[in-house]
Design a protein around this ligand. Structure first.
Ligand code: KG4
Ligand code: ZN
Length: 365
């Protein structure tokens, strides 16, 4: 099926946040197939309106063994059939990461195969490639999740240049906070999107919310040319909600506020991504992370980029949100480069993506 011998089989384990997931991929180079994927979402956090780290660690502890067993069974493999065990070791909740890292190391040791430490955000970069053979470098990447918002230029796998990031809230975090303001459940992104779809057509004229960090006269050397910021937008939504409440009009205006918020966030992300693709001459744009599930974002990205000769690739929701398939895929890449770890592999709350350059500040937020 591929160059250089039989396909390599890698088990991936992901426990960085509130999904316990395991998956098996097989292949070499860019010819890699998904053999199984199990994702167990921890619903308990919805009760608290956010992820409770201690509860997340405990839930991973009870589910990691059966989730991994199921992924291996679905792939028709035993641990000894694997070429490596890849496990997310950064970034994320340390207690949650440690569950996967400890179990991954133990399993790899027992099976006599190497363990590979995978970076969660590098995983998101690889997710789309499992579904679209053309979602491979060189490309412009926009990673938008609950914890991160990163605009990268990807010259090759393992060669990442950070162009922009959020200066405050991540895109998913902004969706979740706005959902809360609008009285929607956690995690709120898909609820905001669904509500926005029911909004009446916008009145023409000036949009209700300004586009954060988007000015017509921005130049590529400006510090905010690629960066984004969503905390001001969130505050503007708060004021709009309070104002509507005072007038007793919140029920009538809720959907319009959701739509106008989403439009502002989407337009900002699309414009920054377009700038990045144009500046680097990229004809492919790859989206990743939970916010890449957002249909309005993907559609707007296509409307802006495709007429200008760039193809836009977005993963299906199962691979956009946290999953172990992307971890197995990123792990396979690192395995092929001989970058295996040993039993000293540790978990880190924050760590730059391996091969990342151009970072101006911590990539979390
Ligand atoms: O990548 P992910 O599963 O987890 C992290 O690594 O953070 O992303 C989760 C985030 C949440 O903030 C969630 O509200 C958001 O993705 N999200 C969405 C949609 N589906 C999930 N945001 C906007 N529209 C959606 N349809
Ligand atoms: Zn993620």
């Amino acid at each position: 099926m591929s160059r250089g011998g039989r396909p390599l089989r890698v088990l991936g384990i992901e426990t960085s946040c509130d999904e316990t997931s395991a998956a098996v991929v097989a292949g070499r180079g860019d010819d890699v197939a998904l053999r199984s994927l199990v994702i167990l979402s921890q619903d308990v956090h919805a009760l608290f309106g956010g992820v409770v780290p201690e509860l997340a660690s405990r839930a991973h502890l009870t589910s990691v063994v059966p989730v991994v067993r199921r992924a291996l069974d679905d792939a028709g493999l035993g641990p000894r059939d694997l070429d490596a065990v890849a496990v997310t070791h950064a970034p994320g909740l340390v207690g949650a990461l440690l569950v996967g890292v400890s179990y991954g190391k133990a399993l790899a040791h027992a099976a006599g195969v190497p363990v590979v430490g995978a970076h969660h955000m590098e995983g998101h970069l690889f997710a789309t490639a499992l579904e679209h053979p053309d979602a491979v470098p060189p490309f412009t990447a926009l990673l938008v999740s609950g914890g991160h918002t990163l605009l990268l230029d990807v010259a090759a796998w393992g060669e990442y240049r950070q162009l922009g990031a959020t200066r405050d809230d991540a895109a998913g975090e902004a969706f979740d906070k706005v959902a809360k303001l609008l009285g929607l459940p956690y995690p709120g992104g898909r609820h905001v999107e669904a509500l926005a779809r029911t909004a009446p057509p916008p009145r023409g004229g000036k949009p209700r919310f300004a586009r954060p960090m988007l000015r017509a006269n921005q130049a590529p050397d400006d510090a905010d040319y690629y960066d984004v910021s969503f905390s001001g937008l969130k505050t503007a939504v708060l004021h709009a909600v309070r104002d509507a409440e005072r007038r007793g009009a919140l029920d009538a205006e809720r959907a319009g506020i959701a739509r106008d918020f989403q439009d502002a966030l989407v337009e900002t992300l699309v414009e920054k991504t377009y700038r990045a693709a144009r500046a680097h001459g990229r004809t492919r744009v790859v989206l990743g992370g939970g916010v890449a599930c957002n249909g309005a974002l993907v559609a707007a990205m296509r409307r802006r980029l495709e007429p200008r000769g760039a193809a836009v690739f977005a993963p299906t929701p199962r691979l956009a949100t946290d999953n172990a398939a992307m971890i197995a895929r990123a792990g396979l890449f690192r395995l092929e480069r001989g970058e295996t770890a040993d039993l000293s592999l540790n978990a880190y709350a924050a760590l730059p993506i391996p091969g990342l350059s151009g970072e101006r500040r911590a990539s979390s937020g």
